[in-house]
Design a protein around this ligand. Structure first.
Ligand code: GDP
Ligand code: IMO
Ligand code: MG
Length: 471
């Protein structure tokens, strides 16, 4: 069977930890979208592993697959594999021949375009993700399988590189170097192709995974990013360029929708909200320069909200795994989660980071949004009820501009104390402080989805397991 792990918010919900938690029962762990923009953390036995491309099952020695929906930077992939080997792991990673390759000009153009876009910039990780997916859709991409065939590789590069060079030089007025040089690219990427072949790493992803399932193996599908970063269902244009939602797990691996849908789809929820990047955030606390729209340092600094944000950011270690940027933080956004539960069809929830909120007097939740119907007629057709101040809506409106104008209506929950969380994890769900359970059950009830796990710390042992999806 398959278990699909999906971020329900804006990334960094603790997906890596949940993949590791349930990974014991999995035989293969496959990524289905994204690339080295992801940063998934696994903490076990005092060791911390930060993984960008190698699927998180590697820490438990599981076979990892990068599906056809991924974009692969071979340089990062091999660096990561080599680093894990130095740490005495033996990552067995297979790469779909249909996956697209991130080339140096994609990275360069990601940086150039971000600078050009100004307020439309998503604050990308500058890993070349968007430009690579653009070329995939434009049918001018280079696929992993092309690296194995010198003639095809040369042909692809000769077509595409002059276009990219002209774009950088003539449209954006930038100087170009070896990142745009056909001979350099050909030589370097042929070598990557040779290593992929020597280590027998390439696969036909769908066939590989289906064969394993037919043999009775358990497959885990590891989503990267999160639902609100999805190019279709997220807060466009402040999104990534792939489909982290559960539908992406089928397209991005070649497993049929009935196979993925016949398994479990687990939504990973952070007990509050974090965001690295730009765009609106109705439940944001305080703000972060260069990321929060219209951030005013004078106003932002020193307020109670800002202090609370700094407290949560520091307690939760909310600094980007990939870029080190401080993450924006806010209260949980229930309309965002209702949207995610519908778009993904979650069968279970893993709610992480309740330990981070411990010790606060009260914990707030954005329960619904207040929406000015006069301005926003189309979105008011959503599940809504009238109040004197406008409509109360319970899910995200379809445009990001409308979302940016939503005001969150908060509910308050009594806080819970700091306790010995490792002990709570070993004793089970009932050992979680009562007020925290009230909070968790509110989330579960609102999303009509059972709780499978509760994260009470970063380590493998710091999770309260309620259900094992493979049992
Ligand atoms: P991912 O991208 O969804 O895999 O998440 P990241 O690894 O980028 O960020 C999650 C961070 O929170 C990592 O540092 C994890 O080790 C940590 N983490 C995961 N679950 C918990 C939890 O329940 N409590 C605490 N305190 N930290 C957690
Ligand atoms: P994991 O898998 C959080 C954000 C970037 C930016 C937008 C587009 O660790 O949860 P991109 O480089 O993908 O073109 O950037 O998406 N972003 C993430 N935010 N976690 C991630 O991955 C992210 N991957 C991309 O900050 O706003
Ligand atoms: Mg992350």
């Amino acid at each position: 069977m398959t278990v699909t792990i999906v971020g329900s918010q804006l990334g960094d919900e603790g997906k890596g930890g949940v993949v590791d938690l349930y990974g014991d029962a999995a035989d293969v762990v496959a990524r289905y979208q994204g690339g080295d923009n992801a940063g998934h953390t696994v903490v076990h036995d005092g060791e911390k592993y930060k993984l960008s491309l190698v699927p998180s099952g590697a820490v438990r020695g599981k076979v990892g697959v990068l599906g056809n929906g991924c974009v692969v930077n071979p340089e990062t992939l091999f660096d990561e594999i080599d680093t894990l080997r130095e740490r005495d792991l033996e990552p067995d990673v297979r790469v779909a021949e249909r996956a697209h390759v991130i080339l140096p000009y994609h990275r360069a153009l990601d940086g150039i375009e971000e600078a050009e876009k100004e307020e439309l910039a998503a604050g990308t990780t500058k890993r070349g993700i968007g430009p690579t997916y653009e070329d995939k859709a434009g049918r001018r991409g280079v696929r992993v399988g092309d690296l194995l065939d010198p003639e095809i590789l040369r042909e692809r590069l000769e077509y595409v590189v002059p276009q990219k060079k002209a774009l950088a030089e003539e449209v954006f007025d930038k100087e170009t170097g070896e990142a745009f040089d056909i001979d350099y690219l050909y030589d370097t990427y042929r070598e990557y192709g040779e290593r992929l072949a020597e280590e027998d790493m390439t696969v036909d992803c769908g066939t590989f995974l289906q064969d394993r399932i037919d043999d009775g193996d358990n497959v885990m599908l590891e989503g990267a990013q999160g639902t609100s970063l999805d190019i279709d269902h997220g807060v466009y244009p402040y999104v990534t360029s792939s489909n982290p939602t559960a539908g992406g797990a089928t397209v991005g691996t070649g497993l049929g929708p009935t196979v993925v849908g016949g398994g479990e789809v687990i939504g990973i929820v952070k007990a509050y909200l974090s965001r690295v990047g730009t765009g609106p955030l109705p439940t944001e606390l305080g703000g972060v320069e260069d990321q929060t729209p219209d951030y005013d340092e004078e106003v932002g600094g020193g307020t109670d909200e800002e202090e609370l944000a700094t407290y949560i950011r520091d307690e939760g270690g909310e600094y980007g795994t990939v870029t080190g940027r401080p993450r924006r933080v806010g209260w949980l956004d229930m309309p965002m989660l209702r949207h995610a539960a519908r778009a993904n069809g979650f069968t279970g929830l893993a709610i992480n980071h309740i330990d981070v909120l411990a010790g606060l007097d009260e914990v707030e939740v954005g329960h619904s949004y207040e929406f000015d119907t006069a301005e926003q007629s189309s979105a008011s057709n959503q599940n809504s009820s009238n109040s004197d101040d406008g409509d109360e809506i319970f899910t995200m409106p379809p445009t990001t501009e409308q979302w940016g104008r939503c005001e969150a209506t908060f509910r308050s929950f009594d806080g819970w104390p700091e306790v010995d969380w490792a002990e709570v994890a070993s004793e089970g769900y009932e050992a979680i402080p009562e007020n925290a359970r009230t909070y968790l059950e509110y989330i579960s009830d609102e999303l009509d989805t059972p709780i499978y796990a509760v994260g009470v710390g970063p380590g493998r042992g710091e999770t309260v397991v309620v259900e094992n999806p493979y049992e």
